[in-house]
Design a protein. Sequence first.
Length: 343
Amino acid sequence: MKIGRTEAWLARLSDPRGANERFRPSPFDASERGQMERLVGLAARHNVRPAFARNLMRQLKDAPLDFLAGDTRVVAATSAWLSDHANDLRIGDFARASLLADVAGTIREKIAAAALPAVIVKGVDFAEVAYGGLYLRTFSDVDLLVRPDAAEALGDVLRDLGFTEHVPSGKRVDYTERAWTRADQHGTTLVEVHTDVVHAPELRAAQSLTYDLYADPALGGVTHAARLVLAALHGSTSHLFGRLQYVVDGLMVARLGPDPEELVVRAKRSGATLPLVTMLRLAWEIYGCEISADLLGRLGPLRWGGLESRLIRASMVLAAKGEGRWMLLPQRYLYRRLLHTTF
């Protein structure tokens, strides 16, 4: 699948560390604001808007003619409008992330006071540890990973904080996540409590990441290798790499320099070798991350590796929120079948 200009700009501007030099797409016509709005919308649907907005503003300040072509006055007007639009969105994303981070901080304090085996995972944790701050990663809820025998006690903590549990539907009762919500002046805050990062019952025979596997001090606690396994399992088993954010999560955690030997061990414990291979390969192919390429080599040759790389391509991830995404569904479902295999 060919990568279109809009998707190429998404790839170029979505790296939290700056412009992605692997992609140098042609500029847009400055008079076609609809195309720019589509690009900004695409960044939102891929959940990479904070980094994208910052990089876009830098692009328009430092090299606007590389992004916009046309009459000088039209370029200037469109550049000013687009910069203001991106900045407004970035401020909104940061405000929401800050509110959720405050909630996560309170929950973290309560967990520590009660000595519960539970940790904050994904959004807030990735933003603070791997991205360098809340202003570079968007998220819409607070995620907790808890040991099953402490789930009831954690529920008591959340009730004391004003959250209400939502009973899952019958077809999802066997899934390893429960939703808790609280309404306040800022809207509704969602907290998701997980006993296993892998939710689907049919996949847990091959993949699993429980609190004990992720955070137990006896296994090393929460390390960068643990976070990388979590990012890979979340991106693959829950979402089949249907957003660019899942690749960027892996990219940013890989840049922290996880221990390769520990990563191999943790991947085998959780059945995460295939998801890790896919995520690290995509981080290399899209962003040229050499650390990801090195870690990929440490995982060794993978059975069905040739098929894996054909099912989840870089172009497919970038097109996952585009108009033709329905054509990619068969490949994703076949990849899901591969996840049933123990590697």
